[in-house]
Design a protein around this ligand. Structure first.
Ligand code: ZN
Length: 393
């Protein structure tokens, strides 16, 4: 079956047919012919091939338009599986096992290793994969591919992790090659925010659009950009300049959006405010111990001091959004990550600023909304990364 996929990947008509079956779930040959503009004979040929390979199956009869009732076809959900893995260094490693018809059947989180190097992570990935396969009792050979998320920037062609800031053990690591050698399954590597964008496009808030920008607002600010339905390489919207007179950023630039609107920027402002004697209702620990998770808890407790700082950050995020709108003219901007998840008003506030500033004509078709998939956006995008080869998206 995997061989069939490999041989037919390049056949646009086969992927078109498969994609339409995936989207409609149950279809007749006549509907496929109409949708794809292929002849009935060509559709029959493709259907026969897919049936033989076990990738689709018959599932009853459709409505008759006079003569015999036509057969309905659907994807064979257990024909193949894909796995999405979210390797967020420092946080838990999240695994998702998906059926061929893109349903998440099993999810698993594992603790990160004590030493944060590639070899240690590969060991955990191997164990996690074994747990998924054993739990669902599936044939290992049925795993079509694995999508892996890693902090960028990365070289998606070679699957090499290039130079994630603050991760010295991950400079120039050929992760794709290392994982394929260990697991014997095709691996695709992509940076985290790109996969969130892809996940939302396939499964979440961005299903109906072709031009979308995903902004992840957590400790840092990540971005993923999809134009004309395709992910563009390594965008870094978090590092566009918001304040030309601002301080130096780790990236080399000055006054980046990330220094003004990210979780870590808010942590810094909270420390400064407390040192200046501003009162807070939240019991913050000593200055050097204040973390992003304290800030999230303070937001939850509606602490006015913290909320004021978050709202200032939202203003800067609004300026960042204005740049995004004027640069890309997207149909949709999705804002995800722990900050807007905890404080959705951050999205309203920043969208309000952007609406006041961005090109008016670009705003007519634009929506700015929260992400739908939350903490699962990355594993779902990682699964989509593998499946887009099969379904031709
Ligand atoms: Zn920067």
């Amino acid at each position: 079956m995997k061989e069939y996929v490999e041989q037919n990947l390049k056949n646009v008509n086969t992927t078109k047919v498969l994609d339409f079956i995936r989207k409609k779930s149950k279809v007749t040959k006549a509907e496929l012919a109409e949708e794809t503009n292929l002849t009935f004979a060509a559709i029959s040929n493709i259907i026969n091939g897919l049936m033989k390979a076990g990738m689709i199956k018959e599932c009853g009869e459709g409505a008759s338009s006079g003569g015999r009732k036509p057969l309905l076809y659907e994807l064979n959900s257990e024909a193949l599986y894909v796995v999405g893995i979210d390797v967020s260094i420092d946080e838990q490693i999240r695994f998702g096992l998906f059926t061929f018809d893109t349903v998440l059947v099993y999810e698993l989180c594992m603790d990160p290793p004590a030493v944060k190097g590639p070899d240690e992570y590969i060991k955990i990935i191997k164990n996690g994969l074994k747990t998924l396969v054993d739990h669902e009792k599936i044939d290992y050979q049925k795993i079509l591919g694995i999508g892996v998320s890693i902090p960028g920037p990365i070289n998606t062609t070679t699957g090499e992790v290039v130079s994630p800031p603050n991760l010295p053990l991950w400079r120039n690591v050929p992760l794709k090659r290392m994982l394929e050698k260990e697991l014997h399954i095709p691996i695709k590597i992509e940076k985290d925010a790109n996969l969130s964008a892809l996940g939302e496009k396939w499964f979440g808030a961005g299903k109906e659009v072709n031009n979308l920008v995903y902004l992840f607002v957590g400790e840092g600010i990540g971005s993923g950009v999809i134009l004309n339905g395709t992910l563009i390489g390594n965008s870094e919207i978090g590092h566009c300049t918001i304040d030309s007179a601002g301080p130096r950023c780790n990236c080399g630039n000055y006054g980046c959006l990330e220094l003004k609107a990210s979780g870590l920027a808010i942590v810094k402002k909270v420390k400064e405010g407390l040192q200046l004697g501003y009162p807070s209702n939240y019991p913050y620990p000593k200055s050097e111990q204040i973390s992003f998770s304290n800030v999230l808890k303070a937001i939850e407790s509606n602490d006015p001091f913290t909320l004021k700082i978050v709202e200032e950050a939202a203003n800067y995020l609004g300026i960042g959004l204005t740049n995004v709108i004027n640069n890309f003219n997207p149909d949709l901007i999705i804002i995800g990550g722990k900050l807007p998840e905890k404080y959705e008003r951050m999205i309203e506030l920043s969208a309000g600023i952007a609406r006041n500033r961005a090109f008016e004509v670009f705003q007519k078709k634009l929506s700015i909304i929260p992400g739908k998939l939350k903490e699962r956006s990355i594993i779902m995008g990682a699964a989509a990364l593998v499946l887009e080869d099969v379904f031709g998206e």
